[in-house]
Design a binder for this molecule. Structure first.
Ligand code: ADP
Length: 482
């Protein structure tokens, strides 16, 4: 499919208008599988960001003050337009970030589910009446926080946009989004459908920029912005939190992970292999909840390794639009270099390559699905997020050791384990210092459950009924003189 049938928007969206940068300068977006140019988008900076924020502020009263039911109807229409356009939107994701088309279709359904969910949840943001002294009534109002800003990553360019915009709009807020420079087209396509669904001008704005720093600075320094939501690396999250401190801006952060997947000796081995493949190789390992460390009980590690290597070795690598492909390209050359560095370091420390271990014959940024055995706990791959299709196997002897190894990281996003012992399931789920735990299951993300991390993995929760909390201010009203 060429760019005409993908219907790519090559402008940013500010105040209900499709616009270029003040300078007229654009930047190029490429397909990571082929290097082909997909299109150009405006290279914007602080001035355009400021205008987008001001347009959000102007649009706020009419959006905030209308009935939640009316907001819900518009959002429902948006959800339906997204689902009706699922195929084209999925192809945009695959074109700009490389994931297999089947996964991209899944991402569109997942993205749409947040719009649907928050349309409904927005109608159930209840306040409280607190029992107090008889001469007064203590009331709690929940009010939209106001103008919000979002910075989204390239690995789920549609879902992260929808998870943030959905929550903001459902709660009665307006939002400016800066999508990742590698994948702006998915966000622009969703904004276009929002416009068609009847979301009023200025309620959603999308600012595109090659250099994210000036946009992030404006987001955090502009006093009109009352909340910032970010998904990306811990490193950038830390920069944004520092900047936001000046403005005492409310922040939610979905940051890096280093997810452990523990296979206990009482696990259903085939189910565990299936789960490991799903979490490790989906999106070519480029998700913040991908298992990064596979901790396997010493008594079963050889059997598990053999099954996993066979399954991983059978995954088809290729361009995401090709039939049957399970592993697309990595997002860019730098990502491949990081994966290579992690593999080389593990091998230098005594790890053994069971399958893969190198770039794929297709060239470019394709990497073979890889399984490494005998990985020591001081290897880079144990301590840093790899963001690639590499499964390092680490052996343990006891439950206590497994939990200790799993928690031996500053990150705390997702963790998984396989066990059929009920008491162990509860014990281990309680002891893992992570925001999300999958037990005998690795595909745990859904719009109805709270997504988020602890420790250096972030602040706040997205999705679920908790997902609106970050977009709401609680106001206590004391009504006296009764
Ligand atoms: P990744 O490692 O996944 O690329 P990043 O944290 O670098 O994660 O990027 C996630 C998002 O953060 C992208 O939209 C990117 O443009 C943006 N970003 C990167 N650096 C900054 C910054 N200094 N200020 C604001 N946004 C930034």
């Amino acid at each position: 499919m060429n760019s005409v049938s993908l219907g790519l928007r090559e402008q940013a969206f500010i105040g209900g208008l499709w616009v270029g940068a003040d300078t007229g300068v654009t930047f190029t977006v490429n397909n990571p599988a082929t290097g082909a140019v997909l299109g150009q988008v405006p290279n914007m900076g602080a001035a355009e960001t400021r205008r987008a924020i001001e347009s959000c502020a102007r649009a706020l009263p009419s959006w905030r003050d209308r009935a939640a039911k009316e907001r819900a109807h518009i959002m429902r229409r948006w959800f339906e337009l997204i689902m009706a356009d699922q195929e084209r939107l999925a192809r945009i994701i695959t074109a700009e970030m490389g994931k297999p088309l089947a996964e991209a279709r899944g991402e569109i359904a997942y993205a749409a589910s947040f719009i649907e969910w928050f349309a409904e949840e927005g109608r159930r943001i209840y306040g409280d009446v607190i029992p107090g002294p008889t001469d007064r009534r203590l009331l709690v109002f929940k009010q939209p926080i106001g103008v919000t800003a979002a910075i989204t990553p390239w690995n789920f360019p549609s879902a992260m946009f929808a998870r943030k915009v959905g929550a903001a709009l459902g709660a009665g807020c307006t939002m400016v989004v800066k999508p990742a420079e590698l994948t702006p087209f998915s966000a622009l396509a969703l904004a276009e459908l929002a416009e068609r669904a009847g979301v009023p001008s200025g309620v959603i704005n999308v600012v595109t920029a090659k250099d994210p720093a000036p946009v992030g600075l404006e987001f955090t320094q502009n006093p009109l912005v009352r909340k910032l939501t970010f998904t990306g690396s811990t490193e950038v999250g830390r920069i944004l939190l520092r900047q936001a401190a000046e403005n005492i801006q409310k922040c939610s952060m979905e940051l890096g992970g280093n997810a452990p997947l523990i296979i206990f000796e009482d696990a259903d081995l085939d189910r565990a292999v299936e789960g490991a493949v799903a979490t490790k190789y989906r999106n070519s390992g480029q998700t913040c909840v991908s298992a990064n460390r596979l901790l396997v009980h010493a008594s079963i590690i050889d059997a598990f390794a053999e099954k996993l290597a066979a399954a991983a070795g059978g995954l088809k690598v290729g361009e995401g639009t090709e039939e049957g492909v399970a592993i697309g390209p990595l997002i860019e050359e730098a990502a491949v270099e990081k994966v290579e560095r992690h593999v080389a370091d593990a091998v230098a420390r005594g790890a053994k390559v069971l399958t893969g271990g190198a770039r794929h014959a297709l060239g470019g940024s394709f990497f073979q699905p890889t399984v490494l055995a005998n990985v020591p706990a001081d290897a880079l791959i144990f301590n840093e997020e790899t963001f690639g299709p590499v499964a390092p196997l680490i052996s343990f002897e006891s439950e206590a050791e497994a939990v200790r190894l799993a928690n031996a990281t500053p990150y705390g996003l997702a963790a998984y384990f396989y066990s059929r012992d009920v008491a162990r399931v509860i014990r281990v789920a309680e002891r893992l210092e992570f925001g999300m735990v999958g037990v005998n299951e690795t595909l745990i993300s859904t719009e109805v459950a709270p997504f988020g991390g602890v420790k250096h993995s972030g602040l706040g929760r997205e999705g679920s009924r908790y997902g609106v909390d970050d977009y709401i201010e609680i106001k206590y009203v004391c009504l006296g003189g009764l």
